[in-house]
Design a protein around this ligand. Structure first.
Ligand code: FAD
Ligand code: UDP
Length: 388
């Protein structure tokens, strides 16, 4: 350090360089706050981290990340840091020896049963097989009330048991409500208004987002390594909420995955970006990255996802017992002054990327208001819940 020149201390310590931590850091830096961003992994990007593998294919280390949102604010904000590649995600699922479109649509049913239903005939069919429910409390209720038990068993029950180690009847309705049922021929996985991938990948997007003189990044550093060493005014924490409180009420359940990457010397290995395997094999799905990136290369790389009970915490588990336990941690979090809990792990929500970004912008809006700082249009629009 230059003699006589005292560095200004950090205003904020942000823990975790995934979307939640990166967005908060970028926004705080933009209003003149000095931010120390600490990440225990050896890279930024959190679970959205991507990189070029040995064959040059851009792969996602923690499983396929497809960007989709209905929020104009989130899309506009991210567009400051990346150009986009239009991309509509399509998924096939392996059922009864065929590869069929998922979410279930008109073609799924006609191929499965060899029928020629039109949309109205399919609606009548689904009405015949559906099991009406007064209230859809569980993920089983959500599906059987729409498509009946046979389709539930073929497409959802075993996939869910594999993915979560739980039967759909043990999971909140919200989990299987993520996958709609359609009576038209729309075979896209998502119907959001914005469906795009960052042109040069997520990691480049994060690099651009964090390239600011007010942000200092420390990789390979766990919160525990620096907690009492560096004075800061406020903290933003994006790791698992139970870890922050030393598991005082016991560990929250998180579901993990093991990823198995394979490179093949062939242009393409499968007929869609993702193939789901509900009923065979120990893995749930195989992703071929080239579909997501649009790359041309004589090699192609795939990743298989094997669900696991132990390992990095990837998914909060939406079910009543876990929600009750989380509420106890949330009360502690709410009563911890100077610490903001943000993101999928710290607020224990099965959030997509865009939801994490919206939440982070919203928290930033509150912090900035507390500091009396003027915020620009994007953050204030989200903070106020302005519809897109
Ligand atoms: P994370 O990305 O988990 O970042 C938290 C960071 O904090 C991590 O890097 C972690 O190392 C760090 N950290 C934790 N504790 C500490 C500590 N004590 N000290 C230092 N650092 C710490 N979303 C979509 O929108 N589309 C998709 O297609 C999609 N696919 C997904 C597929 C998989 C397999 C998974 C697991 C998730 C997927 N998601 C998808 C969800 C998406 O990953 C999350 O919404 C988003 O990345 C969460 O961002 P975050 O910053 O809250 O958490
Ligand atoms: N699911 C299923 N069969 C499928 C696809 C999804 O049973 O073919 C269930 C499964 O429980 C999964 C949930 O729906 O965890 C949500 O699916 P999504 O594709 O959104 O999962 P993610 O990409 O978040 O892992």
């Amino acid at each position: 350090m230059t003699a006589g020149r005292q560095a200004r201390p950090f205003d904020f310590l942000v823990i975790g360089a995934g979307f939640s931590g990166a967005v908060i850091s970028e926004r705080l830096a933009s209003i003149g706050q000095r931010v120390l961003l600490v990440e225990k992994r050896n890279h930024i990007g959190g679970n959205a981290y991507d990189y070029a593998d040995a064959s040059g294919i851009q792969v996602h280390r923690y499983g396929p990340h497809i960007f989709h949102t209905n929020s104009k604010e989130v899309y506009t904000y991210l567009s400051r840091f990346t150009r986009w590649r239009p991309y509509e995600h399509r998924v096939l699922t392996s059922v009864d020896g065929q590869l069929l479109p998922i979410p279930i649509n008109l073609d799924t049913i006609n191929k499965l049963y060899g029928t020629h239903y039109d949309r109205f005939e399919l609606e009548a069919f689904l009405e015949r097989v559906a099991e009406p429910r007064a209230e859809c409390r569980t993920s089983e209720d959500v599906v059987v009330s729409k498509v009946g038990r046979e389709l539930y068993r073929k497409f959802f029950q075993n996939y869910t048991r594999k993915q979560w180690g739980l039967d759909p009847s043990e999971l909140d309705a919200s989990v299987l409500a993520r996958v709609p049922v359609r009576t038209n021929r729309d075979d896209r996985y998502f119907t959001d208004r914005y469906q795009v991938m960052p042109l040069h990948g997520y990691t480049r997007l994060f690099e651009n987002m964090l390239d600011h003189p007010n942000i200092k990044i420390m990789l390979n550093t766990d919160l525990a390594d620096i907690a009492d060493l560096i004075p800061v005014r406020e903290v933003v924490y994006t790791g698992p909420v139970d870890a922050w409180f030393d598991y005082r009420f016991g560990p929250l359940p998180y579901r993990s995955l093991r990823f198995e990457f394979e490179t093949h010397e062939v242009e393409r290995v499968q007929p869609a970006a993702v193939i789901n395997y509900p009923n065979e094999y120990p893995w749930t799905r195989i992703t071929e990255f080239k579909w997501l990136t649009g790359q041309h290369n004589r090699y192609t790389t795939t990743v298989k996802e094997y669900p696991e009970a132990q390992g990095d915490p990837y998914y909060p588990v939406p079910r009543p017992e876990a929600n009750v336990l989380y509420r106890r941690y949330q009360e502690l979090a709410d009563a911890t002054p100077g610490v903001h809990f943000v993101g999928r792990l710290a607020t224990y929500r099965y959030y997509n990327m865009d939801q994490c970004i919206a939440q982070a912008l919203s928290v930033f809006g509150r912090i900035a208001a507390g500091l009396g700082a003027p915020v620009d249009g994007v953050a204030s629009a989200v903070a106020l819940g302005v519809p897109s």
